[in-house]
Design a protein around this ligand. Structure first.
Ligand code: 6PG
Length: 242
Protein backbone atom coordinates (compact mmCIF):
# COMPACT_ATOMS: atom_id res chain seq x y z
CA UNK A 1 0.00 0.00 0.00
CA UNK A 2 1.65 3.21 -1.16
CA UNK A 3 1.54 6.25 1.10
CA UNK A 4 1.83 9.84 -0.08
CA UNK A 5 3.08 12.81 1.92
CA UNK A 6 3.00 16.29 0.42
CA UNK A 7 5.42 18.93 1.74
CA UNK A 8 5.26 22.70 1.23
CA UNK A 9 8.76 22.82 -0.28
CA UNK A 10 11.90 20.71 -0.93
CA UNK A 11 13.54 21.79 2.35
CA UNK A 12 10.63 20.53 4.45
CA UNK A 13 10.65 17.30 2.44
CA UNK A 14 14.40 16.84 3.00
CA UNK A 15 14.08 17.29 6.78
CA UNK A 16 11.38 14.63 7.04
CA UNK A 17 13.18 12.30 4.63
CA UNK A 18 16.35 12.57 6.74
CA UNK A 19 14.35 11.69 9.85
CA UNK A 20 12.79 8.74 7.99
CA UNK A 21 16.24 7.46 7.01
CA UNK A 22 17.56 7.79 10.59
CA UNK A 23 14.58 5.90 12.00
CA UNK A 24 15.01 3.07 9.46
CA UNK A 25 18.73 2.92 10.20
CA UNK A 26 18.17 2.67 13.95
CA UNK A 27 15.50 0.00 13.47
CA UNK A 28 17.66 -2.09 11.10
CA UNK A 29 20.76 -1.92 13.30
CA UNK A 30 18.74 -2.84 16.39
CA UNK A 31 17.22 -5.82 14.58
CA UNK A 32 20.08 -7.05 12.39
CA UNK A 33 23.20 -5.16 13.36
CA UNK A 34 23.48 -3.25 10.08
CA UNK A 35 21.56 -0.89 7.77
CA UNK A 36 21.66 -1.74 4.07
CA UNK A 37 20.48 1.28 2.10
CA UNK A 38 20.52 1.97 -1.65
CA UNK A 39 20.80 5.65 -2.50
CA UNK A 40 19.14 7.48 -5.38
CA UNK A 41 21.17 9.49 -7.82
CA UNK A 42 20.15 12.67 -9.61
CA UNK A 43 19.68 16.03 -7.90
CA UNK A 44 16.50 15.68 -5.81
CA UNK A 45 18.02 13.72 -2.91
CA UNK A 46 20.99 16.09 -2.36
CA UNK A 47 19.28 18.23 0.34
CA UNK A 48 18.23 15.08 2.20
CA UNK A 49 21.77 13.66 2.15
CA UNK A 50 23.10 17.02 3.32
CA UNK A 51 20.70 17.02 6.29
CA UNK A 52 22.24 13.78 7.56
CA UNK A 53 25.50 15.59 8.34
CA UNK A 54 23.82 18.12 10.62
CA UNK A 55 21.93 18.14 13.92
CA UNK A 56 19.69 16.49 14.93
CA UNK A 57 20.31 13.72 12.40
CA UNK A 58 24.12 13.36 12.43
CA UNK A 59 24.47 12.20 16.05
CA UNK A 60 21.58 9.73 15.79
CA UNK A 61 22.76 7.64 12.84
CA UNK A 62 24.72 4.46 13.68
CA UNK A 63 27.25 5.40 10.99
CA UNK A 64 29.66 2.49 11.56
CA UNK A 65 26.83 0.02 10.84
CA UNK A 66 25.59 1.78 7.68
CA UNK A 67 26.23 0.00 4.38
CA UNK A 68 25.73 2.29 1.38
CA UNK A 69 24.77 1.04 -2.06
CA UNK A 70 23.49 2.83 -5.14
CA UNK A 71 20.20 2.16 -6.94
CA UNK A 72 21.90 2.87 -10.23
CA UNK A 73 24.99 4.38 -11.77
CA UNK A 74 26.09 5.89 -15.01
CA UNK A 75 28.97 3.99 -16.64
CA UNK A 76 31.56 6.68 -16.08
CA UNK A 77 34.59 6.91 -13.75
CA UNK A 78 33.86 7.78 -10.09
CA UNK A 79 35.21 11.32 -10.47
CA UNK A 80 33.10 12.08 -13.58
CA UNK A 81 30.57 14.87 -13.05
CA UNK A 82 27.73 12.52 -14.17
CA UNK A 83 28.65 9.92 -11.54
CA UNK A 84 26.02 9.25 -8.86
CA UNK A 85 28.85 8.04 -6.64
CA UNK A 86 30.64 11.39 -7.05
CA UNK A 87 27.46 13.27 -6.10
CA UNK A 88 27.09 11.25 -2.88
CA UNK A 89 30.83 11.48 -2.15
CA UNK A 90 30.72 15.30 -2.39
CA UNK A 91 27.46 15.75 -0.47
CA UNK A 92 27.82 13.03 2.17
CA UNK A 93 30.84 10.70 2.12
CA UNK A 94 33.55 13.33 2.57
CA UNK A 95 32.08 14.14 6.00
CA UNK A 96 30.22 11.00 7.09
CA UNK A 97 32.19 8.54 9.32
CA UNK A 98 31.20 5.46 7.29
CA UNK A 99 33.90 2.76 7.11
CA UNK A 100 35.32 2.53 3.57
CA UNK A 101 34.48 -1.20 3.50
CA UNK A 102 30.82 -0.23 3.91
CA UNK A 103 30.73 1.83 0.72
CA UNK A 104 29.55 -0.47 -2.06
CA UNK A 105 30.17 1.60 -5.17
CA UNK A 106 29.00 0.49 -8.62
CA UNK A 107 32.27 0.33 -10.62
CA UNK A 108 31.06 2.55 -13.47
CA UNK A 109 34.54 2.72 -14.91
CA UNK A 110 34.26 -0.93 -16.06
CA UNK A 111 32.49 -2.06 -19.24
CA UNK A 112 28.73 -2.04 -18.40
CA UNK A 113 28.20 -5.79 -18.24
CA UNK A 114 31.33 -6.25 -16.11
CA UNK A 115 30.23 -3.42 -13.82
CA UNK A 116 26.81 -5.06 -13.43
CA UNK A 117 28.18 -8.52 -12.65
CA UNK A 118 30.78 -7.16 -10.22
CA UNK A 119 28.15 -5.09 -8.39
CA UNK A 120 25.67 -7.98 -8.43
CA UNK A 121 28.27 -10.19 -6.73
CA UNK A 122 29.21 -7.55 -4.14
CA UNK A 123 25.58 -6.67 -3.39
CA UNK A 124 24.40 -10.28 -3.09
CA UNK A 125 27.39 -11.13 -0.88
CA UNK A 126 26.68 -8.15 1.39
CA UNK A 127 22.89 -8.62 1.59
CA UNK A 128 23.07 -12.37 2.15
CA UNK A 129 20.51 -14.96 1.05
CA UNK A 130 17.49 -12.87 2.05
CA UNK A 131 18.48 -10.29 -0.60
CA UNK A 132 16.44 -7.52 1.04
CA UNK A 133 17.45 -3.89 1.37
CA UNK A 134 16.33 -2.18 4.55
CA UNK A 135 15.67 0.97 2.54
CA UNK A 136 15.85 1.96 -1.11
CA UNK A 137 15.68 5.65 -1.98
CA UNK A 138 14.39 6.40 -5.48
CA UNK A 139 13.80 9.41 -7.68
CA UNK A 140 11.53 9.69 -10.70
CA UNK A 141 12.31 11.18 -14.08
CA UNK A 142 9.77 13.21 -16.07
CA UNK A 143 9.38 10.14 -18.31
CA UNK A 144 8.45 8.02 -15.29
CA UNK A 145 11.77 6.18 -15.05
CA UNK A 146 13.24 5.26 -11.71
CA UNK A 147 16.79 4.17 -10.95
CA UNK A 148 17.87 3.43 -14.53
CA UNK A 149 14.70 1.55 -15.43
CA UNK A 150 13.41 3.48 -18.43
CA UNK A 151 10.05 3.13 -20.21
CA UNK A 152 10.17 0.32 -22.76
CA UNK A 153 13.41 -1.12 -21.42
CA UNK A 154 13.75 -4.88 -21.42
CA UNK A 155 15.31 -4.50 -17.97
CA UNK A 156 11.74 -3.93 -16.71
CA UNK A 157 10.98 -7.57 -17.51
CA UNK A 158 14.03 -8.96 -15.71
CA UNK A 159 12.80 -11.59 -13.26
CA UNK A 160 15.99 -13.22 -12.01
CA UNK A 161 19.03 -10.99 -11.89
CA UNK A 162 19.25 -8.35 -9.14
CA UNK A 163 21.41 -5.96 -11.17
CA UNK A 164 21.67 -5.45 -14.94
CA UNK A 165 23.41 -3.18 -17.43
CA UNK A 166 21.09 -1.10 -19.60
CA UNK A 167 21.60 0.98 -22.73
CA UNK A 168 19.39 4.07 -22.84
CA UNK A 169 20.20 5.40 -26.29
CA UNK A 170 18.78 8.93 -26.01
CA UNK A 171 20.61 9.88 -22.81
CA UNK A 172 23.86 11.85 -22.59
CA UNK A 173 25.29 8.88 -20.70
CA UNK A 174 23.47 5.95 -22.31
CA UNK A 175 25.27 3.09 -20.53
CA UNK A 176 23.88 2.49 -17.06
CA UNK A 177 23.85 -0.16 -14.31
CA UNK A 178 20.63 -0.51 -12.31
CA UNK A 179 18.87 -2.52 -9.64
CA UNK A 180 15.98 -4.49 -11.13
CA UNK A 181 12.33 -4.55 -10.05
CA UNK A 182 12.52 -7.94 -8.28
CA UNK A 183 15.24 -6.62 -5.96
CA UNK A 184 13.59 -3.22 -5.47
CA UNK A 185 10.24 -4.86 -4.71
CA UNK A 186 11.87 -7.16 -2.15
CA UNK A 187 12.92 -4.18 0.01
CA UNK A 188 11.61 -3.63 3.53
CA UNK A 189 11.13 0.05 2.75
CA UNK A 190 11.09 2.11 -0.45
CA UNK A 191 11.03 5.90 -0.32
CA UNK A 192 10.50 8.03 -3.44
CA UNK A 193 11.63 11.66 -3.30
CA UNK A 194 10.00 13.81 -6.00
CA UNK A 195 9.98 17.61 -6.24
CA UNK A 196 9.24 20.28 -8.81
CA UNK A 197 6.42 21.18 -11.15
CA UNK A 198 8.14 19.40 -14.06
CA UNK A 199 7.25 16.08 -12.37
CA UNK A 200 3.56 16.95 -11.69
CA UNK A 201 2.10 15.43 -14.85
CA UNK A 202 4.13 12.25 -14.52
CA UNK A 203 3.29 11.87 -10.83
CA UNK A 204 -0.41 12.15 -11.66
CA UNK A 205 0.01 9.40 -14.29
CA UNK A 206 1.83 7.18 -11.80
CA UNK A 207 -0.93 7.77 -9.24
CA UNK A 208 -3.49 6.86 -11.93
CA UNK A 209 -1.58 3.55 -12.30
CA UNK A 210 -0.29 4.19 -15.79
CA UNK A 211 2.31 1.37 -15.91
CA UNK A 212 5.36 3.63 -15.97
CA UNK A 213 8.53 2.16 -14.41
CA UNK A 214 8.07 4.17 -11.19
CA UNK A 215 4.50 2.83 -10.89
CA UNK A 216 5.83 -0.71 -11.02
CA UNK A 217 7.68 -0.27 -7.73
CA UNK A 218 5.30 -2.13 -5.46
CA UNK A 219 7.18 -3.79 -2.60
CA UNK A 220 5.80 -7.30 -2.01
CA UNK A 221 6.22 -7.19 1.74
CA UNK A 222 7.53 -3.72 2.40
CA UNK A 223 6.49 -0.13 2.94
CA UNK A 224 6.21 2.28 -0.01
CA UNK A 225 6.28 6.01 0.71
CA UNK A 226 6.19 8.87 -1.74
CA UNK A 227 7.51 12.15 -0.34
CA UNK A 228 6.62 14.91 -2.80
CA UNK A 229 6.52 18.69 -2.63
CA UNK A 230 3.49 20.82 -3.42
CA UNK A 231 4.71 21.65 -6.94
CA UNK A 232 5.08 17.99 -7.88
CA UNK A 233 1.67 17.22 -6.33
CA UNK A 234 -0.10 19.99 -8.25
CA UNK A 235 -1.89 17.65 -10.68
CA UNK A 236 -2.88 14.93 -8.23
CA UNK A 237 -6.64 14.61 -7.71
CA UNK A 238 -7.98 16.33 -4.61
CA UNK A 239 -9.15 12.95 -3.29
CA UNK A 240 -5.52 11.84 -3.09
CA UNK A 241 -4.41 14.98 -1.26
CA UNK A 242 -6.92 14.73 1.57
C1 6PG B 1 19.88 8.87 -12.06
C2 6PG B 1 18.85 8.53 -11.03
C3 6PG B 1 17.50 8.74 -11.64
C4 6PG B 1 16.95 9.96 -10.94
C5 6PG B 1 15.81 10.56 -11.72
C6 6PG B 1 15.38 11.89 -11.10
O1 6PG B 1 20.89 8.17 -12.17
O2 6PG B 1 19.68 9.91 -12.71
O3 6PG B 1 19.00 7.42 -10.39
O4 6PG B 1 16.62 7.66 -11.52
O5 6PG B 1 16.50 9.58 -9.63
O6 6PG B 1 16.27 10.78 -13.04
O7 6PG B 1 16.49 12.76 -11.18
P1 6PG B 1 16.41 14.21 -10.51
O8 6PG B 1 16.32 13.99 -9.03
O9 6PG B 1 17.72 14.88 -10.90
O10 6PG B 1 15.19 14.89 -11.08
Amino acid sequence: MRKLRVFPDPAALADTAATYIVERAQRAVAARGRFNVALAGGSTPRPTYRCLLHPPWFATIPWSHVHLFWGDERCVPPDHDASNYRMVREVLLESAPIPKANIHRIPGELPPKDAASHYRWELETALGPELRFDLILLGMGVDGHTASLFPGSEALDEEDRTVVAVHAADLDVPERVTLTLPLINAARDVLFLVTGSAKARTLARVWANVPLPAARVQPKDGALQWFVDRDAAARLPQSVLR
